[in-house]
Design a protein around this ligand. Structure first.
Ligand code: KIV
Length: 250
């Protein structure tokens, strides 16, 4: 089966784009049936599913396994899978890793970074693989950066982000995730490109929003990012249900 083209995926991603992560079949199916535009098999699964400290321990095998599960639940939304840390160091490595995610059922892959990723995105484009970019705070670099920090605070950083977004659009990406970017700069980036910017912790003036599903449904009570609006309390429902089960069988 040929992979979906960037053009066909772009037609399905009209602003405002609603995007959410999913890591398994039931969550993917519920999000797809609810009408979300884009489902991301995010490497955030390293934290909210696998219990790692950050995303850097996630492997390509983990991502392939979860992408296969999610594919079975998605009929309608665009399905994007993250290339995990260390799997896209060169254009050829990016291609080889992306092919595994595409063969697991992704419609497109996502990678973190700006100018340094252009040659890899060009290699993917040549091979007919659609891609999303991710700039601003890059979770795969959290160790080097010493934490999750807001981006675009200085003029130099803000200008670099805007120029990177334009270069990524020219390299053919179908959307750009903006993570933890100063809201005013995220708005400027959004106005500088035609493709949707999809914000997380980057204010309301993006071309769409993405959230980690556990934050939206309240399924990871031990850490909730400051920008998250929690719409459910799945952790409490789960805990109470298990307590009831124990009580009924004691
Ligand atoms: O891995 C992930 O969930 C992500 C989102 C935070 C955009 O990259």
């Amino acid at each position: 089966m040929p992979y979906p083209t960037s053009e066909s995926l772009s037609k399905r991603l009209k602003r405002p784009v609603t995007a959410i992560t999913a890591y398994d079949y039931p969550a993917a199916r519920i999000c797809d049936e609810a009408g979300v535009d884009l489902i991301l098999v995010g490497d955030s699964l390293g934290m909210v599913v696998a219990g790692f400290e950050d995303t850097t321990s996630v492997t390509l095998d983990h991502m392939v396994y979860h992408t296969e599960m999610v594919r079975r639940g998605v009929q309608r939304a665009v399905l994007v899978a993250d290339l995990p840390f260390g799997t896209y160091e060169t254009p050829e490595m990016a291609l080889k890793s992306s092919l595994r995610l595409m063969d697991a059922g992704a419609d497109a892959v996502k990678l973190e970074g700006g100018f340094g990723q252009i040659s890899k995105l060009e290699r993917l484009r040549e091979a007919g693989i659609a891609a999303c970019a991710h700039i601003g705070m890059l979770p795969q670099r959290v160790k080097e950066e010493g934490g999750y920090k807001k981006k675009g605070k200085s003029e130099e950083e803000a200008n670099n982000l805007i120029r990177a977004a334009v270069a990524l659009e020219q390299a053919g990406v179908i959307a750009i995730v903006l993570e933890s970017v100063v809201a005013e700069i995220a708005a400027k980036i959004t106005n500088s490109v035609e493709i949707p910017t999809i914000g997380i912790g980057s204010g309301t003036q993006c071309g769409g929003q993405i959230r980690v599903i556990h934050d939206v449904i309240g399924a990871y009570p031990w850490f909730v990012p400051p920008f998250a609006t929690v719409h459910g309390d799945v952790a409490r429902v789960m805990r109470q249900s298990v307590i009831k089960f124990i009580e009924e069988n004691e």
